[in-house]
Write a protein that binds this ligand. Structure first.
Ligand SMILES: NC(=O)c1ccc[n+]([C@@H]2O[C@H](COP(=O)([O-])OP(=O)(O)OC[C@H]3O[C@@H](n4cnc5c(N)ncnc54)[C@H](OP(=O)(O)O)[C@@H]3O)[C@@H](O)[C@H]2O)c1
Length: 288
């Protein structure tokens, strides 16, 4: 398996990245240093994570050439609109101590599920992203948590198509309609919470299958997504787990097992949805 996906515009994006949400809580830039040391070259952050300053510091201190790191950030849903998106982008660059991003995403399609003018807001924000792209301030632009109807509205007026859609995807929550739609439009899919933020790790069927392949549940879940050409950005706090999550190139899951997992009932959903009020995360319930 190649180490990179090639996006629609030819930009190479690592298949496996490091997710930084909550990784700096109580530890500043230390964990990001560790991730770079272990070998991660894609770092996923966002204005909303309030850790761009630490991510930027770790990159600067690492002595790894900036062009060897694929850096993603996102504009938060309350900052949608042309001027607010521009401001948010410039602030992200400043906190990250860089003059360009590799990927910049609209974090959610709506400020709230009942926002009525979300289509206009998305279009305005997208215009700002297209400008950054044409100015060379960002190598690729995309969206996150956009379902087919959100993408359709954006595509009506977009000059540049989104190159990536970052979605909650893991065994038990595969959002097949959204994934298929992205594939049809050449949009690379990347999974957030690929381990279901731990909620799927203890699932009996996952443990059983991981055992069969003699890998950890985390390794099995990540490889399951990669084999479907879905990028992954797991977050982990120890070097051992970080290494484990990168060390999956030898694993090959059979087609039969992939199908079995793709047909699981829903488990481990975060409770977040762009069009619905948030609900409590769904704990793993399947017992056999
Ligand atoms: N676009 C969006 O709306 C959105 C939303 C959520 C997240 N994200 C991005 O996606 C990234 C990943 O998602 P996530 O952080 O929610 O969840 P995740 O990566 O699915 O799961 C992280 C959890 O799994 C544990 N873990 C990691 N590797 C493990 C291993 N090998 N064995 C056992 N446990 C392991 C971690 O524990 P320890 O930390 O204790 O090691 C942590 O509790 C985020 O960091 C963020 O960058 C994006």
């Amino acid at each position: 398996m190649e180490q990179y996906f090639v996006l629609e515009n030819g930009v190479q994006m690592p298949r496996i990245g490091y997710g930084t949400y909550k990784c700096t809580d109580g530890s500043d830039e230390k964990i990001v240093h560790m991730a770079l040391e272990v070998g991660y070259r894609l770092l996923d952050t966002a204005a909303a994570y309030e850790n761009e300053i630490y991510v930027g510091k770790a990159i600067c201190e690492s002595n790894i050439p900036r062009e060897e790191i694929f850096l993603t950030s996102k504009v938060w849903k309350t900052e949608l609109g042309y001027e607010k998106t521009k401001k948010s982008f410039e602030e992200s660059l400043e906190r990250l101590q860089t003059d360009y991003l590799d990927l910049f995403l609209l974090h959610w399609p709506k400020p709230a599920p009942d926002t009525e003018n979300w289509k206009a807001l998305d279009k305005e924000s997208w215009k700002a992203l297209e400008e950054f792209y044409h100015q060379g301030k960002v190598r690729a632009i995309g969206v996150s948590n956009f379902l087919p109807h959100h993408l359709e509205a954006l595509l009506e007026s977009a000059d540049v198509r989104p190159m990536v859609n970052q979605l909650e995807l893991h065994a038990g929550y595969m959002q097949e309609a959204a994934v298929q739609y992205c594939r049809a439009w050449g949009i690379q899919v990347q999974a957030w919470s690929p381990l279901g933020r731990r909620r799927v790790l203890e699932e009996p069927i996952v443990l059983e299958m991981a055992g069969k392949y003699e890998v950890s549940a985390a390794q099995f879940l990540l490889r399951y997504l990669l084999q479907q050409n879905i990028g992954v950005i797991p977050k982990a706090s120890s070097m051992e787990r970080m290494r484990q999550n990168l060390d999956i190139s030898e694993l090959e899951i059979t087609e039969e097992d992939l199908y079995l997992l793709r047909c699981l009932p829903q488990i481990g959903w975060s409770g977040e949805h762009p069009d619905l009020a948030r609900v409590a995360p769904q704990e793993s319930v399947q017992k056999s």
